[in-house]
Write a protein that binds this ligand. Structure first.
Ligand SMILES: *Cc1c(COP(=O)(O)O)cnc(C)c1O
Length: 481
């Protein structure tokens, strides 16, 4: 499979998978997208049902990877998706399943369940793709004899997942920008306690979008980007999105074991990477009925799916909520979805995203907007009050302690239940990462895996900086040498 840009670059000479893997944004500032969406036949789908997670990952990825030997790709999948990596289970969970599905109960005739995606090293779903990415990077760089400097922005979970996937890896440095003082103490401890020489934590004054903006601007300086071999592992990296498509297949197999065919998925959404992976799985032919986009109080995406009006907010208008990994007002992966929505018309995407720079766009009267329902998308939003009520309700009714983002997923999933259609809610983090909210809801501490006792007390290593593009470039130049 080869890759083009959502804004039209690469159309004459589409990139291979490894170029897209290592390159980050396309040369014109767009995002990479496959020339054609690979398809899965019903026969293939049934043959995949009994594969292990690693084998399934290999089967899905093989459809997107054109330049890594199959035996090598398979070995990388096997090295990644083992119970040794995804072992931070809560009591009773099945590490060997990698992403165990837990039935909660039947509500309004719909079996409601949770797909656990956060048993990896940093306790959030981002490990699912990032651990694979770390191994793909190491392989691709060694094969080319190259080095890369990863520049990323995080509101917490992406950064720690990236750092744990890339720490100590040869040929890779990680410069990770996070909004100063906005991550939970647990998240700060996870990231800032890493002592590996190839990891640089930069706490920036501002919110997540300010960090993201600095990353974008640095990438727009093509000379700098080339000279310092700047790459990305944040959710715009297409390899990450593909790796995430794997667990939709896995969740679908688990939810259809009793014979149902259609399955709906509810996805706590921020940068639109997770639910985009569901869209890709559906476009490949997986019988997904609905993709339920759940937002928090920052409901830019919910507004779009309801009205066709995409109105991004200024970073100063981004609300700080108790599901902070979804505090995003300009979702970085959304452009890929819009590209698909307008039928791959790159000129149209260029125009629409030029409008985004001026505040947003309106597709309400556009035929493209109708495709949203063909694509199975619906949406809803949650709030702090809902979140606490759902955490309490699920703990009381089903004995499961869930994290605030997952609670937003359940809140919105309940608005779209249909009799006989399994509803799978993606569990995006373990509750211990957001302990204060769990205590507010349940008046007790969140369960903490033994390996994470006392991490808040470890020594921290990070730098504080202003959200200044020139200063950031200077910092990178000094540390790359
Ligand atoms: C990253 C994250 C999200 C949002 O996922 P996107 O792919 O950015 O939409 C939701 N919940 C948690 C816990 C996360 O870490």
């Amino acid at each position: 499979m080869r890759y083009i840009s959502t804004r039209g670059a690469l159309a004459d000479a589409p990139q291979g998978f490894s170029d897209s893997l290592l390159g980050g944004l396309a040369p014109d500032g767009g995002l990479t997208w496959p020339v054609q969406m690979p398809q899965v036949t019903p026969a293939e789908l049934e043959a995949w049902r009994h594969l292990s997670y690693a084998e399934l990952a290999f089967a899905v990825l093989s459809k997107f990877v054109d330049d890594i030997e199959p035996a090598t790709l398979k070995a990388l999948c096997e090295k990644t998706y083992t119970p040794q990596v995804y072992c931070n289970t809560r009591p009773g969970e099945r590490a060997a399943d990698i992403t165990p599905l837990t039935a909660l109960g039947v509500e309004q005739g719909a079996p409601l369940s949770l797909l656990a995606l956060s048993n990896g090293p940093t306790l959030a779903f981002k490990d699912m793709a990032m651990q694979l990415l770390g191994n793909l990077f190491e392989h691709a760089l060694a094969a080319r004899g190259e080095q890369i400097n990863i520049l990323g922005a995080t509101s917490g979970d992406t950064g720690s997942a990236a750092e744990y996937a890339l720490r100590g890896k040869r040929g890779v440095r990680v410069f990770m920008l996070s909004p100063h003082g906005r991550m939970s103490p647990f998240q700060q401890a996870q990231m800032f306690s890493l002592q590996d020489a190839n990891i640089f934590n930069i706490a920036m004054h501002g919110v997540f979008d300010d960090c993201q903006d600095v990353v974008k601007r640095v990438n727009e300086d093509l000379a700098f980007k080339t000279q310092y071999r700047i790459g990305a592992v944040n959710s715009i990296n297409f390899a990450r999105v593909v790796a995430q498509a794997v667990y939709y297949f896995r969740g679908w197999f688990a939810a259809t074991a009793a014979g149902a065919k259609d399955v709906s998925f509810a996805v706590p959404s921020g940068n639109f990477g997770n639910v985009l992976a569901g869209h890709i799985a559906r476009r490949m032919g997986l019988p997904i009925r609905r993709l339920v986009v759940a937002t928090n109080e920052n409901r830019v995406l919910d507004e779009f799916f309801r009205t066709g009006v995409y109105r991004v907010r200024k970073s100063s208008e981004t609300l700080e909520t108790s599901s902070p990994s979804m505090d995003i007002s300009k979702a970085s992966n959304f452009e890929r979805f819009v590209f698909d929505l307008v039928g791959g018309d790159a000129a149209r995407v260029r125009d629409l995203f030029a409008q985004v720079e001026r505040g947003g766009f309106d597709l309400s009267a556009d035929p493209a907007f109708k495709r949203i329902s063909d694509f199975g998308f619906v949406s809803g939003c949650s709030s702090h009050t809902h979140r606490l009520a759902v955490i309490r309700d699920v703990a009381g009714r089903y004995g499961e302690v869930i994290d605030p983002h997952t609670a937003d997923g359940i809140k919105v999933a309940r608005e779209y239940l249909e009799p006989g259609v399994p509803m799978v809610v993606l569990e995006t983090a373990q509750p211990v990462k957001f302990g204060a909210t769990i205590e507010a809801a349940l008046h007790r501490a969140a369960p903490r895996p033994a390996a994470f006792e006392g991490i808040e007390q470890l020594p921290k290593r990070f730098e504080v900086m202003n959200a200044d593009v020139a200063a950031m470039k200077d910092y990178i130049a000094r540390h790359v040498g």
